[in-house]
Design a protein around this ligand. Structure first.
Ligand code: IVH
Length: 801
């Protein structure tokens, strides 16, 4: 073996081990960065030596070429299905045990049969074929005899080993379920929502769709998981276990994920217990299940029992009562969300569904109401899936209340529904503003914005939430009262609240509700709760930038987009100035999202709130200089392509950039100028059209200026790199030309740290106009003080102070 061959083998083994530790055992042993580094090293070796690529190389996990169609795979051992027990009560489990005992000819006095009890996963069955320990093929179940070859897609699932660990049998087919976790599904849909894409219906369909996706790169983007539950063909496995449970243990030893929620149960009673135990924790499982499965544990007994047509006699699926119930709609109300979305909500006669009493169910939007035609008085089917909000699935039309109307006769009285179809109100039920429904949108929104107290409450609730500013102690009731009694108009007002405000707010709210406690009447006022809220608010002042962005509640900006903005642009000062095309060149930011962000920051009300936040001392703790990677995205053609000019494909954008030279030049093009570019007629016409539209020339000009400014900063940053390594600086007062953000960005780009307070560990204090106590402190401690020029010299490498 040459050195490279050996190194490649070493890297494959290491990376496969790390992936197993990370994805299956959930106990990573190396930092992500180390994994990435080794991964890139292997990629580089394989690029130079393609012959070293093996079928178990982890670099295949990112997906391969797009397929024209899937090849057929004939299953050596057919993939059968299991019978479903129709009795969903405990008796179903007992019936299965009784049938097994009957088939085996056991007497009542014989000992209980041992079962392996496990979950029935809700995904897609897959057969994984390993030869010599290496994954060579993955196939769907298909009709049981023939499936489809989905190897490329399955390889992208990090939980599935590409090579077995330990002593591998010559041939081993492992069967199991590919599924999607609920949190992964939610994240995927949140992402889709941000990108303005189509939403996925449920985890099961999404997983199945991903596995049968012809473009493996797309499959790779769907977060899939896997559980092994059985075997297909096996050759050369001398120590093959003799029980189903032992076999699952062995599969875990080979590196497969095997679900921990499984037991070896004794007799029918043991199955009943398992069925009940899983029912109790079903909602808390991180994935959907379709019931439980019981299998005779002893493999010799399984063989003895054999099959009835296409189903084994030794296994059964036992489901749970549907999480659906019938109830009556008492009224239909409207909720107003943070973005002003009006959501129709059915108020229901209380009904017990899937373990909880449900009194409200969402009707989503007007289209859904129309589609299902849900009316007051209707008997409806309510469904509760996992921990999501219950929804109305449909109406039982036969039970719709009807009233007699004139016409008809004694035998056929004319009737019509007692209640008209439901329509969302045309004014916001909270603030009375008119509502709008934009073309092509399903959502109806209140146009009231910040004057709508419902939106304000939701905005503040969102802002204070755990994954946002995480303000402890600020519960819903307090937020409602703060808004209703007008102590808090925008999120920035939170930071101006005083103890007196909170106490007064509480007193007024109690009076209003006639709920003043006796202790208060007796002259005792508790303040602890208010102090806690104030402490929670104060403690939220320095969040990571991404959280602050997410907390602002910009439409279409979820956690991941917020993180992208923070990573690439580094500071709120830049993000709030960035026009849509600049945002759009960032990874995973689409046109809708970019527009929404730019619009948000352009809105004067929002500008005021953001300025007020900063004035109140809300400053992210991790702002940093522009990412050096940004340079590539600031190319003129990239920006032009992001402007939304019809027919300007990336190729045409490149031509336009080359021929016109700059954004400013494009902004200045007249008809002759456009013609002189030599673009195809349709492209030229679209460009002329776009330039003729109001504001477009100016925005190109502005984009050009901002681009120049950003580029101007990048090289400076690169030059100064490392010069301030290990130094801590404190900024105070107003510098003549640099904003505080810019100064901080420059210092950090040069490797320095900016701290908020002066101590003996501070290397320099940079002081401007109206510097206060920090300057005094510096003088007291003998810390050198620089002005802006001094800072620039320091950055430029000239010895200062
Ligand atoms: S065993 C011969 N175990 O249910 C028995 N199947 O009808 C083969 N499934 O499409 C199946 N969880 O994908 C088995 N723990 C489990 C299962 C399970 C889900 C699915 C499987 C198949 C269907 C069987």
């Amino acid at each position: 073996m040459t050195d490279v061959t050996q190194r490649a083998a070493e890297l494959r083994a290491l990376l496969n081990r790390y992936a197993h530790e990370y994805y299956v055992l959930d106990t990573p042993t190396v930092p992500d960065a180390e994994y990435d580094r080794l991964f890139r090293e292997l990629e580089a070796i394989e690029r130079d030596h393609p012959e070293l690529k093996t079928p178990d190389t982890p670099t295949l996990r990112v997906g391969g070429a797009i397929l024209p169609a899937f090849a057929s795979v004939r299953h050596v051992v057919p993939m059968l299905s299991i019978r479903t027990e129709t009795d969903v009560t405990a008796a179903g489990a007992l019936a299965f045990d009784a049938s097994v005992r009957r088939e085996l000819g056991l007497a009542e006095s014989d000992p209980p049969v041992e079962y392996a009890a496990e979950l029935k996963f809700d995904g897609l069955a897959i057969n994984l074929r390993f030869e010599g320990g290496v994954l060579v093929q993955a196939a769907t179940r298909g009709d049981g005899a023939t499936g489809e070859d989905v190897t490329q897609n399955i390889r992208t699932i990090r939980q599935i080993p590409l090579r077995l660990s330990g002593e591998a049998p010559a041939v081993l087919e492992v069967r199991g379920e590919v599924y999607m976790r609920r949190d992964d599904f939610e994240k995927l849909n949140a992402r889709q929502r941000e990108l303005g894409g189509k939403l996925f219906v449920n985890p099961r369909n999404t997983a199945a769709g991903a596995v049968r996706q012809l473009d493996p790169a797309l499959a790779a983007q769907r977060p899939l998981s896997f559980f092994a539950y059985g075997l297909g063909e096996v050759q050369g496995w001398p120590m093959q276990p003799t029980s189903h449970a032992g076999m699952l243990d062995a599969l875990a030893g080979f590196g497969f994920p095997v679900c921990a929620d499984r037991v070896v149960a004794q007799g029918g009673e043991g199955l009943v217990d398992f069925h009940a135990a899983i029912a109790a924790k079903r909602d808390a499982l991180p994935f959907d299940i379709d019931g439980v499965v019981y299998k005779v544990n002893n493999l010799a007994l399984q063989r003895e029992l054999g099959f009835r047509t296409r189903e084994p006699r030794w296994a059964v699926a036992h489901k749970y009562p549907a999480q659906e119930a019938l109830t009556v709609v008492e009224s239909i109300g409207v909720q107003v969300g943070r973005t002003g979305a009006l959501t129709p909500v059915a108020r229901l006669q209380p009904v017990f569904v899937g373990g909880v009493t449900v009194t409200n169910a969402t009707l989503h939007n007007q289209d859904e109401v129309d589609r299902k035609d849900v009316r007051v008085g209707d008997t409806v089917i309510v469904r509760r899936a996992g921990d999501v909000i219950p929804e109305v699935v449909g109406v039982v039309l036969e039970r719709r209340p009807m009233v007699d109307v004139p016409g008809g006769d004694l035998f056929n009285p004319a009737q019509q529904p007692a209640h008209p179809p439901y329509r969302l109100p045309s004014a916001c039920p909270v603030c009375g503003s008119h509502v709008v429904r934009e073309e092509g949108e399903a959502v109806t929104r209140c146009a009231g914005g910040l004057i709508c107290s419902a939106q304000r409450k939701e905005a503040i609730r969102h802002f204070a939430g755990r994954r946002m500013m995480d303000i402890e102690g600020l519960g819903e009731r307090y937020i409602d009262n703060l808004v209703e009694l007008d102590y808090v108009h925008s999120v920035a007002d939170l930071y101006r609240l005083t103890l007196d405000d909170l106490l007064e707010m509480k007193r007024r709210a109690d009076e209003r509700d006639g709920a003043t406690p006796d202790t208060v009447l007796a002259g005792k006022v508790t303040t602890k709760w208010a102090e806690n809220i104030l402490a929670g608010i104060a403690a939220s002042r320095h969040p990571p930038l991404a959280r602050l962005l997410f907390a602002l509640g910009i439409r279409h900006v979820g956690e991941s987009t917020a993180k992208t903005l923070a990573d690439w642009l580094g500071s709120l000062a830049i993000i709030r100035r960035a026009p849509a095309p600049l945002l759009r060149v960032l990874p995973d930011v689409g046109a809708t999202v970019a527009e929404s962000i730019a619009e948000f920051f352009a809105e004067p009300q929002n500008e005021t709130v953001i300025d007020a936040l900063r004035a109140a001392g809300v400053v992210p703790n991790d702002e940093h200089a522009l990412s050096a990677k940004l340079r590539g995205l600031l190319a003129v053609d990239e920006l032009l392509a992001a402007c939304g000019i019809a027919r300007l494909t990336p190729v045409r954008a490149r031509q336009l950039a080359e021929r016109a030279g700059s954004l400013g030049a494009v902004a200045g093009l007249d008809e002759d100028g456009i013609a002189a570019l030599g673009l195809p007629a349709d492209v030229a016409a679209a460009l002329a059209d776009w330039l003729a539209q109001e504001g477009h020339r100016q925005s190109l000009g502005a984009l050009e200026a901002l681009r120049a400014e950003l580029l101007d900063r990048l090289p400076q940053l690169a030059d100064g790199a490392g010069r301030l390594e290990g130094l801590t600086l404190v900024l105070t007062g107003t510098l003549p030309t640099l904003s505080r953000d810019d100064a901080q960005a420059l210092i950090e780009a040069a490797g320095g740290k900016v701290s908020g307070s002066v101590s003996k560990k501070t290397h320099y204090v940079v002081a401007g106009e109206a510097a206060g106590s920090k300057l005094a402190k510096a003088e007291e401690l003998g810390v050198p003080v620089l002005d802006e020029d001094g800072l620039r010299q320091l950055l430029a490498g000239d010895a200062a102070a």
